[in-house]
Design a protein around this ligand. Sequence first.
Ligand SMILES: NC(=O)c1ccc[n+]([C@@H]2O[C@H](COP(=O)([O-])OP(=O)(O)OC[C@H]3O[C@@H](n4cnc5c(N)ncnc54)[C@H](OP(=O)(O)O)[C@@H]3O)[C@@H](O)[C@H]2O)c1
Length: 234
Amino acid sequence: MILVTGGTGTLGRAVVTGLRAAGHTPRVLSRRGDTRGDLRTGAGLPAALAGVETVVHCATSLRRHDLTHAANLVDAARGAGRPHVVFASIVGVDTIPLPYYRTKLAVERMLASSGLPWTVLRATQFHDLVLRLFTLQRWSPALLLPAGTRFQPVDVRDVAARLIELAAGGPAGRVPDFGGPEVRRLRDLARAYTRRPLLPIPLPGKVIRGYRTGANLAEKAGTITFEQYLEDQR
Ligand SMILES: NC(=O)c1ccc[n+]([C@@H]2O[C@H](COP(=O)([O-])OP(=O)(O)OC[C@H]3O[C@@H](n4cnc5c(N)ncnc54)[C@H](OP(=O)(O)O)[C@@H]3O)[C@@H](O)[C@H]2O)c1
């Protein structure tokens, strides 16, 4: 049995779809999924993990609860059949000083020392995230962009396929980072989305420097480009 945490989210949904297409009947854990559970409190986790051999951990909270989530998951997994936990992390969590990234790095470390069989896949930014950056400014006459940044956005269907492959294999520790098929300037991605004027803003700070120096980039692995993703959204 495979359990997908966050199976109602952007990545989790793609993992669940991919698993179903491959003939599995995964359990979908979330606060509103088929299998109800709250990773923040631990409620419902023992039942969700009963008989589970592999967990694909995609749940996340932007409110920095991810370490609590992972600790509760690990505790419940230790009390169940000690399943293989496959964790979706982000490229650059160890170099770009965002609070959310620090938490993800802490989760990676906690998992590695948990005694459970584990695999960590770091992926680059999802196409969905880049698009959200643009759609948030849909009423603005111009698109404001951090100047000089490059991204390698990846489609969640590609990331999901890799996670499913990893879930089918044994514990592999940290595996090579997974990126989209193209490294693009943010302004070029924005141009694929809109004809409105683009306004690059030179922003200071270590976080933006991280994106400028390519700490968010990886091996090219996915196949679906940003333009193909946009086309699929229409
Ligand atoms: N976005 C990116 O560009 C990117 C890039 C690389 C890696 N990642 C990583 O990929 C993973 C998935 O990201 P995503 O964008 O798919 O996230 P998302 O769309 O925000 O989905 C979050 C999921 O977590 C679940 N969740 C939140 N709090 C929960 C709780 N207390 N108990 C149980 N479930 C809870 C939500 O389900 P309910 O609301 O139904 O409970 C939802 O299914 C994350 O670890 C993220 O860091 C993201």
